[in-house]
Design a protein around this ligand. Structure first.
Ligand code: IPE
Ligand code: IPE
Ligand code: MG
Length: 259
């Protein structure tokens, strides 16, 4: 086989794939900059297949890779994923331990690929109750990827919106902030998300109509997209549909359309 033919064939195949992807997913005029995802429904996905809940969580993390790739392709710059809430400690210890192990495995397996692909990892939430070895892996991953700028991936792990507000208020008091200096802008700077724009779109899979304590301060004017699809089945097509639905919405932020 002539090497050159092989290379040309490969280039041609890649170009065709790119063209067909563009035909299927025409570039969006107004993609959201920051998307939040409440990745829900792993347990029900597993139950319907007669599997253990942890199998559902594993399938959920595999899906994340698809959504990360699609985010870059569709022009999303920041993605915040809800991976473990402050309320999820109420689950059976085996499930909690399994979720911790899954995060650790994801870092071990995927970090180098994420880094090569220009993903900057960040964390929101509290790391203090987390096992020291996992905590160190998270901190190392943040340090390694801090200069990447293709996609910012915020992982909400041991995150709760109310806990975040309490944490912010405590730190303001520690800093001796005067009451008259407390403002929405200042409080935002004390949140885990300081310096990041608020989410434009929040997607929740598996059909629940609630925030479950996700970015409750930051999502004041976010658009929501809720689908019945369980997270492990939420693929590229439906992600595109969610982004397209967002780009067609009219955001008013409390104002009127044509004053
Ligand atoms: C979401 O899936 C993942 C986490 C909360 C960690 P669930 O585990 O909540 O799945 P369901 O809601 O029970 O189906
Ligand atoms: C929200 O899902 C948390 C995550 C996706 C990590 P839950 O399954 O914990 O939410 P509830 O209990 O249905 O509100
Ligand atoms: Mg759930």
């Amino acid at each position: 086989m002539a090497t050159q033919d092989t290379v040309e064939d490969t280039v041609e195949a890649a170009e065709t794939a790119e063209q067909s992807s563009e035909a299927k997913y025409p570039p969006l005029e107004n993609p959201p900059y920051h998307v939040g995802i409440i990745m829900d429904g792993n347990g029900r996905w597993a139950k319907e297949r007669g599997k253990h809940r942890l199998e559902g969580h594993k399938a959920g993390t595999e899906n994340l890779r698809r959504i990360l790739e699609a985010s870059v392709e569709f022009g999303v710059k920041m993605l915040t994923i809800y991976a473990f809430s402050t309320e999820n400690w109420k689950r059976p210890p085996m499930e909690v331990q399994g979720l911790m192990r899954i995060l650790e495995n994801v870092i071990d397996r995927e970090l180098m690929d994420l880094h090569k692909n220009g993903v900057q990892l960040r964390h929101i939430g509290q790391l203090d109750r987390i096992d020291p070895s996992l905590r160190q892996k998270v901190l190392d991953a943040i340090e390694l990827t801090k200069n990447n700028d293709r996609l910012i991936l915020n992982v909400a792990f041991n995150y709760g919106g109310r806990a975040e507000i309490v944490h912010a208020v405590r730190r303001m008091i520690e800093d001796n902030v005067r009451p008259e200096d407390v403002s929405e802008e200042l409080l935002s700077q004390y949140m885990y998300t300081a310096g990041s724009p608020d989410p434009d779109l929040i997607i929740r899979t598996s059909g629940e109509f609630r925030t479950s304590n996700f970015l409750i301060w930051q999502a004041a004017y976010a658009e929501y997209y809720i689908t019945e699809t369980y997270w492990p089945d939420f693929g590229k097509d439906e992600y595109y549909q969610a982004l397209r639905a967002f780009s067609q919405r009219e955001r008013r932020f409390g104002g009127v359309k044509n004053p």
